[in-house]
Design a protein around this ligand. Structure first.
Ligand code: GLU
Length: 505
């Protein structure tokens, strides 16, 4: 790509960032990095009624956690700043005025009540009221009223909005990098408000002006903005500016494959929809986050990358660097991407396996401390090596390894019924004697002696090994028994067997 790639993520700070928003940020980030471009964060806070104070920081923290920080944005390399639209509000009016002067926009004085009456009137006749070419000459605006009347109303302080004058009888032909050519009849569009009576621009005007001033080369955003694309393309035309390229990402669908994934689906189906936990400052409601639920950021990001994109190969595990190398808008699909909580867990499991025992030990030690266990780091590292393949989260480690640190506090009843027979206690007593003969209690020695003894008794291995497992672990689970025995040591092994004999009589 010869041009200078500049993309932006432009969230509105109305609450916590949904995972779909993180996916949009990620695709922008990947595209920027792939083309040695710039990833801009712009805060679109023109709608003061929906503004939530802690949302901007939440967005920034989420990008940081995902390791996809912005290059330019609030407080960082403010080359084209400010990056909060509320701090740019003085700037937009001149652009609304410019469009009026060029005949691409007009003043409209219709009150909310009047518009409502029109809407109701139309509904009563089975029609939909659209403010556009069809009726604009009959409404209260500068296209219908005389210049004097308009000037007088403005001088009198009457409230007005500025509307876009959508061209009539044109077929607008647009290009989307993902969807290809899109054609639309301009007569179906309404004359959108560009500038509100409170002196603030609407999303449409502010978005286009800022994308232009910030020299954005590609607009990569969610499919929900596709209906706005005709207006945006027309606005560039009206200003005489070169439009950026557009790419509308597919929707993220519910796990059932139908309907957009909503914030409520997470609560209903038991998975997070936000990257980080979020506390609503008004209600004190806490929403779960992937981070706090124990997901690795790399796993979350890898999973998100596959929501609407695929590399065209069998490879599924991609580091961020590999994603940057492989990412391509051409491989982003048009159709919705089904979110799968199970696949997300699978990604986490894969990333957990890729982590070194040393790294995982660092994560496990604080959990052990919480349990009141003060274990040697080398010992914990060995434990982690033995159990990690069965874990999806670090939080699973305790269930998989508690017996390395403390004696079982109970025994699985079903297993006891099945495995602890009348003759078992005698066998276990004999086993204790056998174990006591092993001087150097290594895996090899323990294995040779114990297996030799079982063979000499001509009984099945299970008759000894299953009750032994129950004695040491409390249930029929866990890694190799000889690993467990040598880790906890001869003395503890013997103690646990005698405990079991006493308790399971
Ligand atoms: N502020 C819009 C949002 O909240 C930005 C849409 C766009 O990227 O143009 O998603």
């Amino acid at each position: 790509m010869s041009e200078n790639v500049r993309v932006r993520f432009a969230p509105s700070p109305t609450g916590p960032l949904h995972m779909g928003g993180v996916r949009t940020a990620l695709f922008n980030y990947l595209f920027a990095k792939k083309h040695n471009g710039t990833f801009v964060l712009r805060i679109e806070d023109t709608d003061q009624t929906r503004y939530v104070a802690n949302a901007e920081q939440y967005i920034i923290n989420s990008l940081d956690w995902c390791n996809i920080p912005f290059d330019e944005g609030p407080g960082k390399n403010e080359k084209f700043g400010p990056y909060r639209q509320s701090e740019r509000k003085e700037l937009y009016k001149q652009y609304a005025d410019e469009l009026i002067a060029k005949g691409w926009a007009y003043y409209a004085f219709d009150t909310a009540e009047e518009l409502d009456a029109h809407r109701k009137d139309h509904e009563a006749n089975g029609k939909t009221f659209i403010y556009n070419w069809h009726n604009r000459e009959k409404l209260q605006n500068s296209l219908a009223l005389s210049a004097e009347n308009v000037a007088q109303r403005i001088a009198d302080g009457e409230k007005f909005v500025v509307r876009f004058k959508t061209p009539q009888d044109e077929t607008l032909i647009m290009q989307d990098e993902i969807r290809g050519t899109i054609k639309i009849d301009t007569n179906t569009l309404d004359d959108k408000v560009l500038f509100k009576s409170d002196g603030m621009p609407t999303y449409h005007l502010a978005n286009i002006v800022d994308d232009h001033l910030m020299q954005i080369s590609h607009v990569i955003r969610g499919e929900e903005w596709l209906p706005s694309m005709p207006l945006h393309v027309l606005l560039y035309k009206a200003f005489g500016w070169e439009a950026p390229k557009f790419a509308h990402l597919p929707l993220i669908l519910k796990p059932v494959g139908k309907g957009k994934l909503s914030k409520r689906d997470g609560d209903k189906l038991g998975f997070p929809v936000f990257p980080l936990a979020y506390t609503n400052e008004d209600t004190n409601d806490v929403s779960r986050g992937y981070k706090e639920d124990g997901y690795f950021a790399e796993a979350f990001v890898n999973m998100l990358a596959f929501l609407g994109w695929n590399p065209g190969t069998e490879q599924e595990i991609f580091s961020l660097e590999e994603l940057i190398q492989s990412f391509d808008l051409e491989r982003v699909s048009k159709s919705g991407a089904k979110f799968s909580p199970d696949k997300t867990k699978w990604f986490n499991q894969q990333y957990l396996q890729l982590k070194s025992a040393e790294e995982l030990t660092k994560l496990y030690l604080p959990l052990l401390t919480e349990k009141g266990i003060n274990a040697d780091e080398n010992y914990v590292q060995k434990v982690v090596t033995l159990i990690k393949e069965r874990a999806v989260f670090v939080a699973d480690f305790w269930d998989l390894s508690s017996f390395f640190f403390e004696n079982p506090s109970s025994y699985d009843e079903k297993a006891v019924k099945k495995q602890w027979k009348d003759t078992t206690a005698d066998l276990m007593n004999e086993l204790v004697a056998v174990i006591n003969t092993i001087e150097d209690f290594t895996v090899d020695n323990a294995q040779t002696v114990i297996k030799g003894w079982i063979t000499s008794k001509e009984i099945g291995f299970g008759k000894v090994m299953q009750p032994l497992r129950l004695s040491l672990v409390g249930k029929l689970a866990g890694p190799d028994l000889f690993d467990i025995m040598t880790m906890i040591g001869k003395e503890t092994t013997v103690k646990r067997i005698t405990n079991a004999i006493e308790n399971l009589l």
